[in-house]
Design a protein around this ligand. Sequence first.
Ligand code: GUN
Ligand code: FE
Length: 457
Amino acid sequence: MDLRNRTLRASGFHSPERGTIDVLEDVLIDIDGNGRIAAVHRTGDPGYDVICREHDASGRLVTLPAGSYLLPGFVDLHVHAPQYPQLGNALDVPLEVWLQTYTFPLEARYRDLAFARRAYGLLVDDLLSNGTTTALYFATVHQEATRLLVDLCLEKGQRALVGKVAMDNVDECPDYYRDASPDAALDGTRALIDYIRSHPENAESRVLPVVTPRFIPSCTDATLEGLGAIAGECDCHVQTHCSESDWAHGYVLARYGLTDTEMLDRFGLLRRRTVLAHGNFLTADDLEMIRVRQSAIAHCPLSNAYFANAVFPLRAALEKGLHVGLGTDISGGPSASMLENCRGAILVSRMLQTGVDPRLEADARSTFGPAQINFRDAFHIATAGGGIALDLPVGQFTPGYKFDAIVIDTDADGGTVRLWDDLDHAENILQKIVYTASSANIAAVWIDGEQRSGSGI
Ligand code: GUN
Ligand code: FE
């Protein structure tokens, strides 16, 4: 159901601040004609009963059924759209082998627009049905296929940030898949920015352009410098991979004698609205520089387990006040579900804290120190944290924010959440949703107040 110009009466959860869940009980959310949240009224607020009665009488009130809970839509902070066809394949080789053997050949196929249309259409539909209302996408080097991804996001209504991948270093990129020159990488980037900003269907800027150097190893200095200049001139989002694996981190140290973060800063790429994927091997100085620049990190727990051989110290980053969101890293991670990635983030944080070698005594099994996060932190980074990282008004039910939301139906056919009336209350219900819900439980998905997936309410 279209919720623009309506009031939704619902119970649910959001987490505007890290570490706490705001439990919404029977709130009234006024949604304006543009799909923005105009007001949130809680039971007991002056006027609540009158608003309820009047909106009910005028037919404006929409009420969520019992057993259904409203959550902010998920913000997936790191997705390789072209890699969706290989989701769940080829996770048994190191990153640099995976790129050359599987990933670059697959991405090269997006010169074929029919293939691109099929793969991108399926991806956007599947992410929407998994409750992802905002996605930060790497596309490919190709201009046309990347424009098609933009068109599909606009057509299907997903909030998206899309980057043409820049990669022109002949030493690291194959002949069959790279930008022909720095000028080709830079011109292609500028052309996509213009395409997105002047798109006739994009007057509300639901799709935004992103300056996207794949990672430092795949780019020449001229391209990195040029992209930094474009990011400044066009005031664009930036995304790249940063200190992801031993190999990638070591490559940059060997090429420059400095870390990824230091080099990205020198190239003008470390800005507010820069999203650095992974960041497993960031030094303390790197973290501080990222904090000062107000850049963000996309934590990709499932992908890191396969390709990084390390766990990102999420808790330390959150305690330091860094902007952090959650990413599936399709297809470095084998799941398109942000809920599964929430669970992954919790799980790996536990392992980082406790260590995993059973031959060692418990107190000698890890030297890392406190690292454990809980469902509140995971839910926060999957929603509000992602919105803050992107500097977009999404991920929370706050007046002025966009009504991007999902409904979890805990009674859904084929669903995987089991609530017990006498056991489950308030935050506990969210805990069970984070740990056990699946796409069958996602009954409705709205972006800017318009329903984009689900059978609805
Ligand atoms: N580093 C450079 N390219 C990629 C990619 O496609 N996926 C991941 N996980 N890391 C990368
Ligand atoms: Fe990635």
